[in-house]
Ligand binder design. Structure first.
Ligand code: G3P
Ligand code: MG
Length: 235
């Protein structure tokens, strides 16, 4: 079973920061998951929440700030004082430090008014770092996936779901997104769902799994991938 370091090694370092990604790499991770959204001036920033309050010393919505303003903030101290040098990274900052063989799962945060813009900006970055080609795009906001699909018909995509929706596999087919996986919360996965996904040629990726026992159970029922704050959870 493949393990993504969820927001980096986010149990050990502040989530979605370069140090969290470096730690995951040091622990031998083969995959990294991160979240992206746009700054006011259209730069692809790596952060989970749409507000700065929880993971930085700033306040307010990230989209209201420019890259220059965002780079002045601290994004480590909230986790532990020893991480006081951390800044919010851009997607490009992260790609620059990742070994080329790492599988990178880029999760687009829902943003209706920037759906086209963020797709274009991420596409530009991925075109620039063409050697870095082990990428998967994912989102709960399927409009975002559809928009990106217009730019790249081949890139693998994961469709995120909070739970198992009615007629899930019909819905997926009808979107035209053509994902490689369903990415779903651990509470809503069982053997039947995994079987059905596999029959539909879809992998099952499960978030967020921080317990060894749960990870092993998911492995037993055939889950293909998990997202964990402990990248070495089952190694
Ligand atoms: O992509 C898996 C997982 O990261 C989805 O939830 O809220 O942690 O981004 P969230
Ligand atoms: Mg995420």
């Amino acid at each position: 079973m493949f393990v993504y370091a969820h927001r980096g090694a986010s149990a050990l370092a502040p989530e979605n920061t370069l140090i969290a990604f470096r730690k995951a790499i040091d622990l031998g991770t083969k995959g990294i998951e991160l979240d992206v959204q746009l700054s006011r001036d259209g730069v692809v920033m790596v952060m989970h929440d749409d507000t700065l309050d929880r993971t930085t010393n700033g306040k307010g919505r990230l989209e209201k700030f420019s890259l220059e303003e965002l780079k002045k903030l601290d994004s480590g101290v909230w986790f532990n004082k020893s991480f006081c040098d951390e800044k919010i990274p851009t997607l490009e900052d992260v790609i620059k430090i990742l070994p080329e063989n790492i599988k990178l799962n880029i999760e687009f945060k829902p943003d209706k008014k920037n759906t086209v813009k963020i797709a274009q900006e991420v596409y530009k970055i991925l075109e620039k770092y063409k050697n870095f080609n082990n990428i998967i795009i994912s989102s709960f906001y399927h409009q975002s996936l559809l928009e990106y699909r217009k730019l790249d018909e081949n890139i693998p995509m994961g469709m995120l779901f909070e739970y198992d929706i009615v007629n899930m596999f019909e819905y997926i087919k009808n979107t035209g997104i053509n994902p490689v996986s369903i990415n779903i919360s651990s509470e809503y996965v069982d053997e039947k769902l995994v079987e059905e996904a596999h029959l539909n040629n879809l992998k099952v990726a499960v978030y967020t799994v921080n317990s060894y026992d749960i990870a092993m159970n998911l492995k037993k029922i055939g889950v293909d991938e998990i997202f964990s704050n402990y990248p070495d959870i089952i190694s």
